[in-house]
Design a protein around this ligand. Structure first.
Ligand SMILES: [Zn+2]
Length: 577
């Protein structure tokens, strides 16, 4: 095996020789497509439509290569002024290009059923892309109305969202004698000192409480707009149905998911109690939920060993996983070394379906870093397995986007528990913190939103919905976790609740789905790995319901979601000794 060393990545495959030339090329192609606009009639032939789609796809590849290059170059070193200038130039340029192309979707969505079905049936590999657009047809208004809504949104709901962002991003916090911003303040909620954690949370939420009238008024108007437009004008069944149809997930699946999440909150009550003992507290408070474990100095794992460990794990799981991970590593698409001014954290970024995606890590040799390597390569594997699909259908939809990554972490964690039992158990503790935050907490946000939308329609006040939030949070965390009154305003600080109502359940969906699939894999044995690979290979070419059905999962049943929690119970048993 090749000797792997933490290193930079090779961007040669996407680096433009001459940026101006690419801009010009994109401009020409966009113009060509715009000229094709005259063909967009109900009677368009399927051949003409397919060739237009092929052109759109070609343009998308050009745009994506340019955009990704600018983004990745900047991610490597944010102090590089040339990279930062290119990034903003490219972003501006591509936004304008994309605005010029939205006519296609608008046209397709309003096609009469008969014509849409005729074209969808002849669209081959583009099928789901068109099908999904067509599904929103019943909710489209006539062109004049759509134009008015678009125009009024700019100064209406979009403006409210911008004001929310401006207000909150300018918050300055007085903390331990210094004025700091929110990002810095948030690092203290994970402080080893209980006092500092409490102070950080109090400082944070007191600011939102002080502005609750303004923030509350924004929220009331945002969701009134959501209801009036979507439910009363467009005819969606209810506020959350808008999001469900956007995600192409049946209402029943989301209802089952939320219900099962609520039912299983007590599993985490036990975990919080274990955590309290582990960090040596007399009383567990909400302030302490993300407290770090006592840090012992960890012996570093060399990068080569991390890669070997992950590759071996993949090999045991499925040859396809192993091969696709290897492809990414051998293409030199992983930026693993720690360097100054590089993006913190980790991500996997895809360019086009035909190229290996790029992975960014900050590998410092901890067990957590090894797990992150598996997670991000998991995303890359998912991407590569789906490469045969079009640019519009290879990306897994949001609720399925974390399947391969979390699955990879799960199979790796079994190996880690054998190889480094103590350290792996500590890692599992931190993972369970994250699982709480991505499943139970997110499901809680969405249940809050469902109630808040209803209460505000009934004329209830912001104080009343904040009180409801606090009550539900206390119930969620259980009788042994003390939740201070200041948490009543926590919802004010969650941007998704304002910008993209009901978005948060996608996190719970993706995480719990993967745990449930993992449980099935444990029961059915290695043969099931092929099924998982087949499922991932569908990318985003079918609806989440169809994709998951193919592996025997029924996302509309509570029993299925419950099996995800059964895995969690086992994980909690593992940290309990
Ligand atoms: Zn991920």
């Amino acid at each position: 095996m090749k000797k792997y060393q933490a290193s930079s990545w090779n961007l040669a495959e996407i680096r433009p020789n001459n940026v101006e030339k690419i801009f010009a090329e994109i401009e020409v192609k966009t113009k060509q497509i715009e000229q094709g606009r005259t063909q967009l009639k109900d009677t368009i032939s399927s051949t003409d439509l397919l060739s237009l789609l092929a052109e759109l796809e070609e343009l998308q590849i050009l745009n994506s290569k340019l955009g990704t290059y600018a983004q990745l170059w900047f991610a490597e070193d944010s102090s590089n002024q040339k990279a930062s200038a290119l990034l903003s130039q490219v972003e501006n340029f591509l936004t304008k290009i994309n605005n010029r192309l939205i006519f296609f979707g608008l046209w397709f969505k309003q096609l009469p059923d008969q014509e849409a079905v005729r074209l969808i049936n002849a669209s081959g590999k583009y099928r789901y892309f068109l099908e999904k657009m067509h599904k929103s047809k019943p909710y489209i208004l006539d062109e004049k109305e759509e134009k008015v809504i678009n125009l009024k949104d700019v100064t209406g709901v979009s403006a409210l969202n911008s004001i929310y962002n401006i207000l909150c991003s300018q918050f300055q916090y007085e903390f331990e004698g210094k004025k700091i911003g929110q990002e810095e303040l948030l690092t203290h909620v994970r402080s080893p000192s209980p006092k500092r954690r409490e102070a950080a949370y109090r400082t944070l939420f007191s600011k939102y409480k002080a502005h609750k009238d303004v923030i509350g008024e924004m929220y009331r108007n945002i969701i009134t707009d959501w209801r009036e437009e979507n439910v009363h004008l467009r005819g969606y069944k209810n506020p959350i149905n808008v999001r469900n149809l956007g995600n192409d997930i049946p209402d029943q699946a989301v209802e089952a998911l939320l219900k099962v999440c609520e039912k299983n909150e007590p599993i985490f009550h036990r975990f919080f109690e274990l955590k309290r003992k582990k960090i040596g507290l007399k009383k567990m408070r909400r302030f302490d939920l993300y407290a770090p474990l006592q840090k012992k100095k960890e012996k570093q794992i060399p990068y080569h060993d991390a890669v070997s460990l992950v590759l071996e794990t993949f090999k045991d799981f499925s040859p396809a996983f192993h091969q696709e991970a290897l492809n990414i590593l051998q293409a030199d698409h992983v930026h693993s070394q720690v360097q100054k001014n590089k993006d913190t954290g980790a991500f996997c970024c895809s360019v086009t379906s035909k190229l290996n995606p790029y992975v960014l890590l900050n590998y410092s040799g901890t067990l957590r870093d090894v797990s992150t390597l598996a997670h991000e390569l998991g995303h890359g594997i998912h991407h590569n397995l789906a490469r045969k699909h079009t640019e519009f259908t290879f990306h897994a939809p949001l609720p399925l986007a974390e399947t391969a990554s979390i699955f990879s972490e799960m199979v790796l964690s079994e190996r880690l528990l054998k190889k480094y039992p103590d350290r792996a158990r500590n890692l599992l503790f931190t993972k369970l913190d994250e699982i709480y935050a991505s499943i139970i907490r997110q499901a809680g946000f969405v249940r809050f939103e469902i109630k808040a939308h209803k209460m505000l329609e009934e004329g209830k006040t912001i104080d009343e919905i904040s009180k409801m939030y606090l009550q539900d949070l206390r119930k969620q965390l259980g009788p042994k976790v003390e939740v201070d009154e200041i948490y009543a305003y926590e919802w004010c600080y969650v941007p998704h609740i304002f910008h993209t109502p009901f978005y948060c359940y996608a996190y719970a969906f993706g995480n719990l789905l993967t745990l449930a699939l993992y449980e099935t894999y444990k029961q059915k044995g290695p043969g099931y790995a092929d099924k998982i690979v087949e499922m991932l290979a569908k990318g985003g070419s079918q609806s989440p319901l169809e994709i998951t059905k193919a592996v025997g999962a029924d996302i509309t049943s509570e029993k299925f979601w419950q099996s995800g929690f059964d895995v969690l119970k086992i994980l909690i048993d593992k940290v309990d000794n």
